[in-house]
Design a protein around this ligand. Structure first.
Ligand SMILES: NC(=O)c1ccc[n+]([C@@H]2O[C@H](COP(=O)([O-])OP(=O)(O)OC[C@H]3O[C@@H](n4cnc5c(N)ncnc54)[C@H](OP(=O)(O)O)[C@@H]3O)[C@@H](O)[C@H]2O)c1
Length: 272
């Protein structure tokens, strides 16, 4: 697998998405600003934020401070559950644009599959048709939620952003998404550090001379996922991007796949 930090996947609408992104949950104020600047300096080109994260302003400032052209950066943001519904979503989108200080979003996601998800999706379709977002997608959607969208809409989501790691290897959902050409973005790919001390992760870490974080990110990339690790530390941000000079062999990939135990660092999105 010949991957590098500039590698991309093609989404089902033809848009290229970087395979590695920078997550920003829980980073606020100066921490969010500095961390996003470090991520851009380290070569990340996808920044994952959300209306709910309360850091869109700082993400926008970091992009300006860094001086990289807008078209070379891939911004993902999300409509929050209290902003759902057709007109509410259009309004929430305008607010996100203003906070980010940009005139389009690369990828706009429904953050959680709450009650008004269909109307919300139809608003996302409008935003896409108007060219205000380059791609639309969902997050935390299970198979039934995806099927509801697939059966009642014109546009197939490009992405489903879900928690995914060897400890939560959601094979059925992965296959359903692959069948519909929906790309999975893996959130909490580092298990929020909860599984760094797992013995198999330790064994791989020693064998490949890479940190637990690097093993987990590389595992996701070798499953063709978009990985969006988060860090507030300059050292970790660089470390998490230093994953292109090794490859986990097939036997070790299978060993890592076998770690699935349904572990979630984030609450399970069980909604009707
Ligand atoms: N759509 C959704 O509902 C949803 C839900 C959750 C997350 N997300 C997205 O996915 C992103 C990633 O998930 P996450 O933030 O939940 O968790 P994560 O990336 O799995 O873990 C983040 C934690 O790992 C630590 N860390 C990072 N790199 C490290 C390294 N190399 N060595 C040691 N520790 C390291 C960080 O601490 P330091 O700051 O000290 O490095 C932080 O505590 C989020 O930021 C967000 O953008 C989306």
């Amino acid at each position: 697998m010949n991957l590098n930090i500039e590698s991309t996947y093609k989404l089902n609408n033809g848009l290229e998405i970087p395979i590695l992104g920078f997550g920003t949950w829980d980073l606020r104020g100066k921490t969010a600003l500095n961390a996003t600047i470090w991520a851009l300096e380290s070569g990340y080109r996808l920044i994952d934020t959300a209306s709910f994260y309360n850091n869109e302003v700082e993400v926008g400032e970091a992009i300006i401070a860094n001086g990289i052209s807008r078209e070379d950066i891939f911004i993902t943001t999300k409509v929050w559950e209290t902003e759902m519904g057709y007109q509410n979503t259009i309004n929430a989108f305008e607010r996100s644009l203003n906070r980010l200080n940009v005139d389009y979003i690369d990828l706009y996601l429904i953050h959680w599959p709450r009650a008004k998800r269909l109307e919300t999706w139809h608003a996302m379709e409008t935003l896409y048709e108007e060219g205000r977002v380059k791609a639309i997608g969902v997050s935390n959607f299970k198979i039934s939620h995806l099927d509801q969208i697939l059966n009642n809409s014109e546009i197939i989501p490009t992405v489903n952003q879900i928690e995914f790691s060897p400890f939560l290897f959601q094979k059925e959902l992965l296959e359903h998404c692959r069948d519909h050409n929906i790309k999975i973005e893996a959130y909490a790919p580092l298990t929020r550090t909860n599984k760094f001390n797992n013995p198999v992760i330790g064994e791989m870490s020693q064998k490949y001379e890479k940190s637990p974080a690097q093993i987990l990110i590389r595992w996701g990339l070798q499953h063709h996922l978009v990985e969006i690790p988060r860090s507030s530390s300059k050292r970790h941000i660089k470390e998490n991007a230093d994953i292109f000079d090794f490859e986990i062999d097939i036997n070790d990939m299978e060993k890592l796949d076998g770690l699935d135990e349904g572990f979630r660092a984030v609450e399970d999105p069980i909604f009707d």
